[in-house]
Design a protein around this ligand. Structure first.
Ligand code: CJB
Length: 820
């Protein structure tokens, strides 16, 4: 048995005690939610011992620390994952059974802490899991949003957003740490004070408003190694509660303003994915958590080190996209204003401590803050960025004398805007993309000028996912099967999955593998029936697209193809057609009108198709409400086909693609993001690739020449489907409901260029690839082999590998083990 601190009887006793202490109830009287709280506290008790041990070890070893700074951490539920990583899942399951409870039901009581939107936030969560498991000293730093990403309800086919009050019953795995609170200053002005003693000008922010940042720590449990790292999320509190003297001085107005400022900073996560909205409150959020995190990091460093010049040897601040880029200026501020360093010293330290990850090339995601807004809210920070910009322009001029074009394209402040990506690149020592293709596009296109100037800063780190959550926890049947065949080494070394390749042609292994898939499909079918009231046949092909709703991800192409298939079946009822269930799950940003209309279209098509008795259930369409981490685990396990159909060049990496692959789903996709590397690992014969290449897309974008109308005019199938958007087929005779979608594909007036994401260009190739999927699925053994090989070849895509590469090539952390 694994060494996991769990004694069953003690654990049961602890749960009983917790129920008594928390609720003055016996275990028989408690609700399932109360049992969840009591069980979580019992688990937390074990975790805290290891948390203390880890802290002691870190104090002793003094390893280098990475601070992973991120506006988003999409953690998903903690209870099950913590039990998995403590290697206590089965024991606790048994203990609870003996008490009369089902662990699955107890797990379902936990809200999903959805402090993130999609891929970027979930990646951060996978990284924390891998960092703890590999034994590296890491802090996640973020914001304790009171409302996470909204819950999605579907009403009359439309998305409705419902607030996600995840803290309402109290969250058992967090620890409030007011003793580590930090003051964060907004507004006011900068006063220059000459100090005759040093002969320096000192810069002092005055007339500002303060907010107190209170940290809440969440444990990040490493797998079977006793290491517990920390996710530190900051909450805002009015400082006036502490500084009542403000009232004494009669500055009541300021006190009230500070109260109001604090009140809304942490209210809510902005629900935009791959999209910059430019809201002042978002800028406040950014500075709030960065200032608190960097202050705390410097304070911690100074406790055990005497010379701040050593900071780069002991600390890296990793910026998860440009959202935390304020780090560069905040670190400069602390070193200059509080530590009295010269500009040159401070810059040397900063540019060897910060590193930036780029997650997207979508133009609308680029953060560019108006000077007006920025300088008012953060006068000293703005001043520092101005000076960084002045010196950076000098550097450009030195390198490219007289080349104003370079300055225009690369300056940090230009056209009345502060460009955060430019600041992140100039202020750090590493710039990485998140898949090979993405990094190449950054170097050759989006960040070409910067790559030319700093080629050594650029590197690739292909994303990864944690197998602990997405196989061991999410798919226990397959996890056990894998362990039966190759042992359990894969849990911490996913490359071992390649040992499964020898079973690819083994009839029995194939049958077992597909039988597990079938059982997972039954589990999902049950969920769909309970949540959607739709009956789906687990023997049909489960074809799944789950991810944020975005035009570039082309859920629209998928549903248009379903409409096309439906037309085919209706026209040729005798046609041989393998039953298929198209499953969608997606949240659209609350203000993203076209994305929301696409959800309506999917549901409208579902309504018509699912209720058409004449097609004998050959085609079903399901939109799973409120797609999130917890139901994702179940969905990946049940998928036959993984839809990864973004317009080539647009999806930086994708990580859902990896979760499907790990669970034995076969990819239908474009050569985009990490799909390229997935196909490289599994072989082109074990995936279904179609569509324009990224070069072709970029070429159209740079040189024009794309005409979607040509497809409409020349292809009756396409025309037919598009006409159905405006002839009432899916809208009870309403010609207008879906007109915006129709226009977006054909009408140049409705957007810069019609069909921005090349749906019509790729449509027929997609349909043809789907035909190949169907043919392949009919060959049972052939499909089983493909599915099994997808699992067997997915080893590269563990976040353990990604993190080890960050460690080896960017962070240079020291590995820590807990002394026995
Ligand atoms: N990504 O989720 C987001 N939000 C953004 O604002 C920008 C990018 C995604 O990040 C993932 C993790 O790197 C990528 O896999 C994905 O392609 C990208 O869209």
């Amino acid at each position: 048995m694994l060494d996991n601190n769990f004694k069953k009887e003690e654990f049961k006793k602890s749960v009983r005690e917790n129920v008594k202490m928390l609720y003055r109830k016996t275990i028989e009287e408690a609700s399932q939610e109360q049992i969840f709280q009591a069980v979580s506290l019992a688990v937390k008790d074990v975790i805290i011992d290891n948390w203390l041990l880890t802290q002691k070890q870190y104090e002793k070893d003094d390893p280098k620390i990475v601070y992973y700074l991120s506006m988003e951490f999409l953690m998903g539920r903690a209870l099950g994952n913590n039990l998995i990583n403590l290697c206590a899942y089965n024991e606790v399951k048994e203990a609870l059974e003996e008490l009369g409870f089902d662990l699955n039901v107890i797990e379902d009581q936990e809200p999903d802490p959805a402090l993130g939107n999609g891929g970027l936030g979930r990646l951060a969560a996978c990284f924390l899991d891998s960092l703890a498991t590999l034994g590296y000293c890491a802090y996640g730093c973020g914001i304790r949003y009171h409302y996470g990403l909204f819950k999605q309800k579907i009403e009359n086919g439309f998305q409705v957003e419902v607030p996600d009050n995840w803290l309402k019953d109290g969250y058992p795995f967090e620890l409030r740490r007011p003793e580590y609170a930090k003051e964060v200053k907004f507004g006011g002005y900068v006063k220059v004070v000459y100090d005759p003693a040093t002969g320096r000008n000192n810069f002092v922010q005055e007339g500002y408003q303060s907010v107190l940042a209170i940290p809440y720590d969440m444990p990040i449990v490493g797998y079977n190694n006793k290491i517990v790292n920390t996710l530190r999320i900051w909450d805002a509190q009015a400082i006036s509660e502490f500084q009542l003297d403000l009232f004494d001085k009669g500055d009541y107005r300021k006190a009230v303003e500070q109260e109001n400022l604090a009140k809304n900073i942490c209210d809510v996560l902005y629900p935009n994915d791959n999209h910059y909205a430019g809201k002042e409150l978002r800028l406040k959020q950014q500075y709030f958590f960065i200032s608190a995190s960097i202050q705390a990091a410097i304070e911690k460093f100074k406790k055990s080190h005497s010379d701040l010049h050593d900071l780069p040897k002991k600390v890296t601040f990793q910026l998860n996209d440009t959202h935390p880029t304020m780090t560069v200026a905040e670190l400069m501020r602390i070193l200059l204003d509080e530590e009295g360093m010269t500009w040159e010293e401070a810059w040397e330290i900063t540019t060897h401590t910060c590193a930036y990850t780029n997650h997207t090339i979508m133009a609308e995601a680029l953060e560019k803050w108006p000077i007006e807004l920025f300088s008012k809210l953060l006068p000293r920070i703005y001043q520092i960025i101005e000076e960084i910009n002045r010196r950076f322009i000098q550097e450009i001029n030195n390198k490219y004398p007289g080349n104003q074009e370079k300055v225009r394209k690369m300056a940090i402040i230009y056209d009345g805007q502060v460009k955060m990506a430019h600041l992140a690149i100039a202020g750090g020592y590493s710039v990485n993309g998140v898949a090979r293709l993405h990094t190449e596009i950054l170097k050759k296109q989006e960040l070409k000028d910067f790559y030319e100037m700093y080629p050594d800063k650029f590197n690739n780190k292909t994303n990864g996912i944690t197998q602990r959550r997405f196989l061991l926890h999410g798919n226990p049947l397959l996890a056990d099967w894998v362990t039966d065949h190759i042992g359990d080494g894969w849990v911490t070394d996913l490359s071992q999955l390649s040992k499964l390749k020898v079973y690819a042609d083994d009839k029995r292994a194939q049958q077992e593998f597909m039988n597990i898939k079938y059982q997972n499909k039954v589990r999902l079918a049950k969920y769909i029936l309970e949540h959607n009231g739709i009956e789906v046949d687990p023997r049909s092909i489960f074809d799944v697209q789950v991810k944020r709703l975005h035009e570039y991800k082309r859920q629209l192409m998928n549903i248009l193809h379903v409409m096309y298939l439906y037309n085919q079946i209706k026209e040729h009822p005798e046609m041989d057609f393998y039953p298929r269930t198209f499953i969608f799950g997606a949240k659209a940003a609350a203000g993203y009108v076209r994305a929301k209309l696409t959800i309506k279209l999917i549901n409208a098509v579902a309504d018509v198709v699912n209720n058409d008795k004449s097609i004998n259930g050959k085609l079903k369409v399901v939109f799973i409400e409120n797609y999130r981490v917890s139901n994702a685990e179940m969905i990946f396990a049940a998928a036959d086909v993984s839809e990864q159909i973004s317009t080539a060049s647009k999806e930086a990496s994708g990580t859902g693609n990896m979760k499907f692959m790990l669970n034995g789903a076969v990819t239908i996709g474009t050569m985009d993001g990490a799909n390229v590397e997935i196909v490289e690992e599994v072989g082109e014969e074990n995936a279904f690739i179609f569509g324009l290449s990224s070069d072709e897309v970029i070429n159209y974008e740079n040189h024009g020449g794309y005409d979607p109308m040509q497809y409409f005019n020349n292809d009756p199938d396409i025309r037919n489907v598009l006409m159905q958007l405006i002839n009432g087929t899916y809208s009870n005779g309403d010609f207008e409901l879906f007109r915006d979608i129709y226009d977006s594909l054909l009408n140049t007036k409705s957007s810069d260029r019609a069909d921005t994401y090349f749906i019509l260009a790729d449509f027929k190739a997609y349909a043809e690839a789907q035909k190949r999927v169907e043919e392949a699925y009919k060959d049972e053994a052939g499909w089983a082999k493909k599915a099994l090989l997808n699992t067997a070849c997915s080893g590269k895509f563990t976040s353990d590998r990604t993190i080890q590469q960050y460690v080896d090539e960017i962070w240079h952390l020291d590995k820590v083990t807990i002394d026995k």
